[in-house]
Design a protein. Structure first.
Lengths: 205, 173
């Protein structure tokens, strides 16, 4: 898991053999980094959940006038979705397990710290950028979860306020963001930074 | 998705990979959200996962009965739903293999081996989750989403890395 001098070529002079060896080291390092990454994630999760609830609530409020949405922390993992414009007995309209939105960050941290032959400074800079992109995505995912709840889960209330297009937009959007994008994001970001290390040079042809 | 890599610039190949991967991923998950596909493909597949998992649990001495996609023992019951059948990881792996510059032969071999391996990991996950629910119910929630979801996705990513490092086609000069 050490950072040696950067050699942009897992596929450099050694060609395919070097690339394969590099990939095996990456796999080993990723597995080794998994536990520290999970421990760090577990430690930061309660604070990060509060941040997401607040940022998500502000983002949702940009789509409504007057402000009606409140995301209330229930415990370290769950938030209640509530509306100020509903009677107190009915103001909680759903709940959201905030922790489930960002657990793929464990994989992201492990993958980015595991890349062999890249100096630590470069690795950490790439990881920092990837985490910022992930955080933006997580806030967006909170927005889609809340709007999905409003548009499709509240019976007559939803039907009266959201048309067919809006219901499909928020429903499909939440489905795509919450499954493929959320799960594939660490891999997508990793390939953005490091895919070229798996690709052979032109002269290897 | 052609056999020969179409461009020489690594950056362009990288962007092409990301675009094709994104399109395949969005397309396949949109297809999954169609009720007909869910009813005629995903549900029967999930029922198959439940059957194999039930058989594995019985081999381990568990008194398990199967009712559709529900595995039930005197101590615990679990319904295997979308998200627990390994399909998400299979689709991510499939999109990544098809988007990567490799020969069709390598892609087909990668898909055949990779998809079976992912289902193998998923089988371990379902069995482990059932046993966790039966004997350590306090750990079930965290195991269900965080631990096993991460491990199944990780298996797909690592399998792809090993496959890609072996079968990447060089760019045309």
């Amino acid at each position: 898991m050490t950072g040696k001098a950067a050699s942009r070529g897992a596929g450099g002079a050694e060609g395919g053999t070097g690339r394969r060896r590099w990939a095996w080291r990456l796999v080993r390092n990723t597995v080794l980094w998994l536990i520290p990454a999970a421990a760090l994630w577990a430690l930061l999760t309660p604070s990060y959940n509060r941040f997401l609830e607040l940022a998500g609530q502000n983002l949702v409020r940009l789509t409504e006038s007057p402000d009606a949405t409140r995301l209330l922390p229930r415990d370290d993992h769950y938030a209640a979705i509530s509306r100020l414009d509903l009677p107190p007995s009915r103001e909680v309209v759903g709940s959201l397990r905030v922790t489930d939105l960002h657990f793929p960050a464990i994989l992201l941290v492990a993958l980015f710290l595991a890349v062999p032959d890249v100096p630590w400074k470069e690795r950490l800079a790439a990881l920092g950028l990837a985490l910022v992109v992930s955080a933006v995505f997580h806030v967006l995912l909170v927005l889609f979860w809340v709007k999905f709840t409003y548009a499709t889960q509240l019976g007559d209330w939803s039907l009266a306020r959201y048309g067919a297009f809006a219901r499909n937009f928020w429903g499909l959007g939440k489905h795509l963001l919450d499954l493929p994008v959320k799960l594939a994001l660490p891999f997508l970001l990793w390939t953005w930074f490091y895919l070229d290390r798996l690709l052979p040079r032109g002269e290897e042809a | 998705m052609s056999d020969a890599a179409p461009t020489a610039s690594p950056r362009r190949r990288q962007v092409l990979f990301l675009v094709v991967f994104g399109v395949l991923l969005a397309g396949s998950f949109t297809l999954l959200s169609v009720n007909w596909v869910n009813d005629h493909a995903v549900e029967p597949f999930t029922a198959g996962v439940a059957r194999v998992s039930g058989a594995a649990l019985r081999l381990l001495g568990q008194d398990v009965t199967l009712d559709g996609t529900v595995l039930r023992s005197p101590d615990f019951a679990v319904n295997i739903e979308n998200g627990c059948n390994g399909v998400e990881t299979m689709l991510i792996f499939m999109a990544a293999v098809l988007a990567f510059p490799a020969s069709w032969r390598s892609r087909l071999a990668g898909l055949a081996i990779g998809l079976v391996a992912i289902q193998g990991v998923n089988l371990v996950r379902v069995v482990a989750l059932f046993l966790t629910g039966a004997y350590l119910p306090g750990f079930f929630d965290a195991s269900h989403t965080v631990i096993w979801q991460t491990l199944v996705i990780l298996s797909g990513v690592l399998l792809w890395l090993l496959w890609a490092s072996r079968f990447a086609l060089p760019a045309r000069a």
